[in-house]
Design a protein around this ligand. Sequence first.
Ligand code: ARG
Length: 461
Amino acid sequence: MSQTNQQWGGRFTESTDAFVQAFTASVQFDQRMYRQDIAGSIAHATMLAEAGVLNEADRAAIVAGLEAIRAEIERGEFEWSIALEDVHMNVEARLTERIGLAGKRLHTGRSRNDQVATDIRLYLRDAIDAILAELTRLQHGLVELAEREADTIMPGFTHLQVAQPVSFGHHLLAWFEQLKRDSGRYRDCRARLNECPLGAAALAGTTYPIDRHRTASLLGFAGPTENSLDSVSDRDFAIEFCSASALLMTHLSRFSEELVLWASAQFGFVDIPDRFCTGSSIMPQKKNPDVPELVRGKSGRVHGHLVGLLTLMKGQPLAYNKDNQEDKEPLFDTVDTVLGSLRAFADMVPALRARPERMRAAALQGFATATDLADYLVRKGVPFRDAHEIVGKAVRLGVDTGRDLSQMRLEELRAFSDAIGADVFDSLTLEGSLAARNHFGGTAPAQVRAAVQRARKWLAE
Ligand code: ARG
C-alpha cells in the first residue's frame, strides 16, 4: 500500500492502491513544465501579497524557495515522486519542506485546474516561439537557395508527368509560401492562447480579493480569460497547436517526398550531402535520404495527435475532468517532432546541391514547351483550340521520331500550320518558355528574383 497523498488525503480512510497511484500520476511527463509551473506560482504569490492575502515575509520566502527549487531541478538534484502525482504537487511539497508553513499558503485562491491550464499555455507559448525561430531559419535557407537557382531550369510536373519548364528557384519558393502560411497559423494560435486562466481556481473562481489582471500581466499574458468554467475546461489552444502542426508536417512530408524522388538515380536533380544520409549494412553502394524519409514518416504521429486530442475533448462535460491529463503527451510529442523535423530541414536545405544538367535533360524530354508552341500560334492569329490540335500532331511526330519540338526543322513544323515562322524557335527553347511567363507569381527568372525580394521583406517584418 502506498501512502495517502498529504495534499488531498484528509477525507480518505484508506491509502491509494499502489497501481492506481502510478496509473493516475502525470509527473513522469508533466515535469517538463516545471519552469512554467514555478513562474505561475511566483506570479500568483506576488499578486496575493499585493492584494493583502499573503504577508510580505511569506511572499518573500515563497519566491526565494521556488527559485531555489528551480535551480535544484536544473542541477538534476530534485527528487520527483510518483506519490505526489504531478509537477504541481511535487514542487509545492518541496517548497513546504524547504520553507515550512509559508509553503502551505501558496495554494490559497487557486486550484491545480487553473494552474495546469496556465502552465500548458505558458509552455506552448515558449514552444511556438522556438518553432517560429526554426521555421524562419528554414525559410531563410529556401530564399537563399531560390536566389542562387533562379536561372536553373527544371521540368515542372502535373500528375508527375513533365508539364512545363520552371525555374528551380520558383519551385523552392512554392515551399516557402507553404511555410509562410504555417508561420501565420502558429502566430494566430499564439495570440489566441495568450490569456491567463489563473484565478478561475477549481471552476467557479475564488472568495479571495484576487486581481486576475495583475497575475495575467506578470506572466506576460494579454489579459485574463473571460469565464472561469471555460478557463479550466478549454483545451482548444492545444488542438489548434496540433492542427497547425499537422498541416506543417503535411508540408514537410510533401517536401520530403520530392527530395526523396529527386535524390534518386532516376531523377538525379539534387544531391543531399552525405551528413544527412546513411548507408546500407548489406548494399555497399547505397546512400539513403534518411532525413526526408523520416520526416515524411513522422508526419503520421503528429496527425494522430491531432485526432487524439479532438477525441479526448469531444465527450467531456464542463468543467475540468481528469481526462485532460491525457492532453500532455501528444502535445509534448508534437512539439518535439515538429522542432526536430524543422531543425533537420533548416540544416539540410542550404546544403542541397542542384544538378542543373540533369534537370535540363529531364526538361528536354516530354515536350515541356508544347504549350509555348500553342501560345505562339495564338499570337499568330490561330484560335487556341485549333492551336492545341496542331501542336498535338507535332508532338505525335516527335514521339514517333524520338525528338523534341525544338529539334524539328522549320519545314517539318510548317507542315502542321503555315502560321509557323522562323521565329518559332525562340518559343521552343526552355529559356524562352520561362522568360515568357513574366508576370506576378510567374516562373520567369526576373519574377523569381522579385519574389525573392518580397520574401526577404516578409522575413524582415
Ligand atoms: N495532473 C493534472 C493534469 O494534468 C493536474 C490537474 C489535476 N486536477 C485535479 N483536480 N485532479 O491535468
